[in-house]
Design a protein around this ligand. Structure first.
Ligand code: PEP
Ligand code: MN
Length: 585
């Protein structure tokens, strides 16, 4: 069994995984990963059966990124382990504490040892990706002025000596780790940790009103379930709702407790269950001196191994794979059941003024996301091809200025990595829907993907294209119906609105409609936006330009800011029909 952790040999998380395997007599191997997202993708994509992430620590509190990734990749917690983080300052043989001028450590570790680090007034703290890398770097450089904060086992592994011990701010510096698996896992993984005391982790949303939280918690009190954690998530903006991380002792996923969960759901605005897991860890504290096993298998930042061979009996795109439906979260926007998302922006990004003005107009009218092309797939090679990377930087800036997440098209594999650093949702355009290598690459990026239907693609082919992305372990795919080729020439394409209920029935992934490319004529976009919402789409994506006649691409279908505001007002008047579409199944 393979377990993925963040870092290389010597990392705390690797010790945790090793201890987990040993306590269960599992012949496990550990797979080093670059960051939390890579771990999540390794598990969701089947390259590892288990993963481990820290979720909170006595000094620094909750590690939000870890929670968010577990939700994003639909990962299921199996067990928790509270681990004493035995931090030591390690240097090369011959070094003394007085020599140290640079301290290398993981940023979380630097925070946990903040007081000690500050006491070494001559030394500079240097954040490092991982504990193991910090220790290895000190060993490699061989200089007495440089030291790493790492567990003692890393010292043994990299031949370092201890310069100081017990350096954490908190005498009981405990980190809680979660071991997790993919939702659809092999039987031997599903069988892990079924026994023993259980805990359930939830994300609960309550109204921001006096007494609202107390009322939400009432069903837990009535069921005599103890709360072991209650922490509000930082809210960057003032809103009328507040989110809380809650851990309770007990198994709220057990069908016997379904009435408690039901009451909780009735009293709160929303309850998302991360999962129930084994909550006792027999090897909790003091295990940090365990040596690293020779059997460990560490691959550091190597190219991803080829995806696992999927048998045709395990498709991930079909509704049965996730009957409750997928919600794709992009920043503070969620696309999926229960929401209708309007995305607006120009066909092509043309200048800073154009994209920033459009972003603000889209946001002010009620749009939730900004679109804009930097790389344009044009039929005519002499037509405007987009401003390229300069435009990618500009839309990222417009996204920051307006507060809107961004979506932009990637045309080739070599663009994916850099786009993923700057853009929130990667669009695969109609002409690339069956570029299978590109689909795999956006799958591996871990970024949400907006997948447009090909010009002459059937719904089956669209579903199969999404499967390529899901098979890489990336669950965040959004379909986009944008019109198909038919004999009809009065409209640019034929907007196939019947694809919406069909896709919703056949898949759990959210579906958007792009009437701009569907009809290609400005005045017909508004009625088709209304139709898209009425037929059960989860949102629309439309082209908006400050001055449509001057647009460098698709000027006939670009809406003015006023047109766009009208469309948003129209759409607000149309109810969501999501349940009807599903009820037909
Ligand atoms: C676009 O959305 O900018 C675009 C080029 O659309 P499509 O791939 O649907 O033609
Ligand atoms: Mn266009």
């Amino acid at each position: 069994m393979i377990g993925a952790f963040e870092g290389i040999d010597g990392a705390h998380s690797q010790l945790v995984l090793d201890a987990y395997f040993r306590a269960r007599d599992i012949a496990g191997q550990t797979l080093g990963s670059g960051n939390f997202r890579e771990i999540a993708m390794a598990v969701a994509g089947g390259r590892a059966e288990l993963g481990v992430v820290p979720i909170d620590n006595t000094t620094i509190g909750t590690i939000q990124d870890a929670y968010d990734l577990l939700f994003e990749f639909d990962l299921v917690p199996v067990a928790e382990l509270s681990w004493r983080m035995d931090h030591r300052l390690l240097g090369v043989p011959g070094a003394t504490l007085g020599d140290v001028r640079e301290i290398l450590a993981h940023p979380l570790v630097l925070a946990e040892c903040g007081k000690f680090v500050a006491s070494l007034t001559k030394a500079r703290a240097i954040p490092c990706e991982d504990t193991g890398i910090a220790a290895r770097e000190v060993s490699r450089r061989g200089e007495t002025q440089i030291a790493a904060i790492a567990p003692p086992s890393a010292g043994t592994h990299y031949a370092l000596v201890e310069l100081a011990a017990d350096i954490a701010n908190h005498p009981d510096n405990l980190t809680r780790f979660l071991i997790f698996r993919a939702r659809h896992a092999k039987p031997e993984v599903l069988a892990l940790d079924k026994e023993g005391p259980r805990k359930t982790s939830l994300l609960l949303t309550a109204k921001n009103l006096p007494g609202a939280l107390a009322r939400c918690l009432e069903p837990l009190a009535a069921a005599e379930m103890s709360i072991t954690k209650l922490e509000s998530r930082p809210q960057p903006r003032k809103t009328d709702r507040a989110e809380f991380h809650i851990d309770v002792l007990g198994d709220l996923c057990d069908p016997a407790q379904s009435s408690v969960l039901k009451r909780l759901r009735e009293s709160a605005l929303e309850v998302r269950v991360l999962g129930s897991y084994r909550a006792d860890a027999p090897f909790t504290v003091g295990a940090a001196t365990v040596p690293i096993r020779a059997t460990s298998m560490v691959r550091e930042r190597q190219p991803m191994p080829p995806p696992p061979k999927l048998s045709s009996s395990t498709p991930r795109v079909i509704r049965d794979a996730r009957p409750e439906g997928t919600r794709v979260r992009v920043g503070n926007v969620e696309i999926g059941d229960g929401t209708f998302t309007i995305i607006g922006g120009p066909c092509s990004i043309e200048s800073r003024e154009q994209i920033v003005a459009t972003a603000c107009a889209v946001r002010d009218a009620g749009g939730r996301m900004l679109r804009g092309g930097a790389f344009k797939p044009r039929t005519n090679p002499y037509a405007f091809q987009g401003m390229g990377w300069e435009a990618v930087e500009l839309i990222a800036e417009a996204g920051r200025v307006s507060g809107l997440p961004t979506v932009s098209e990637v045309m080739s594999i070599d663009q994916v990595e850099r786009m993923a650093l700057l853009i929130d949702v990667l669009q695969v355009g109609a002409r690339n829907m069956q570029n299978f290598d590109l689909l795999r690459a956006v799958g591996r990026s871990g970024k949400p993907v907006l997948l447009k239907r090909g010009l002459s693609a059937t719904i089956d082919e669209l579903l199969a294209a999404a499967e390529y992305i899901l098979a890489e372990g990336n669950p965040n795919v959004i379909f986009c119906e944008r019109g198909i080729r038919t004999f009809e020439t009065a409209t640019r394409n034929t907007l196939d609105l019947s694809a919406v209920p069909v896709l919703r029935e056949r898949s759990h992934l959210p579906v958007l409609v792009d009437p701009s490319h569907g009809v290609g004529v400005r005045r017909w976009i508004r009625p088709l936006c209304r139709a898209a919402k009425a037929v059960g789409a989860h949102g629309v994506m439309v082209e908006v330009h400050p001055n449509p006649p001057e647009a460098l691409s698709d000027k006939d279908q670009a809406m003015t800011f006023d047109d766009f505001a009208e469309v948003c007002r129209d759409l607000a008047r149309i109810p969501l029909f999501e349940d009807d579409a599903i009820a037909l199944v």
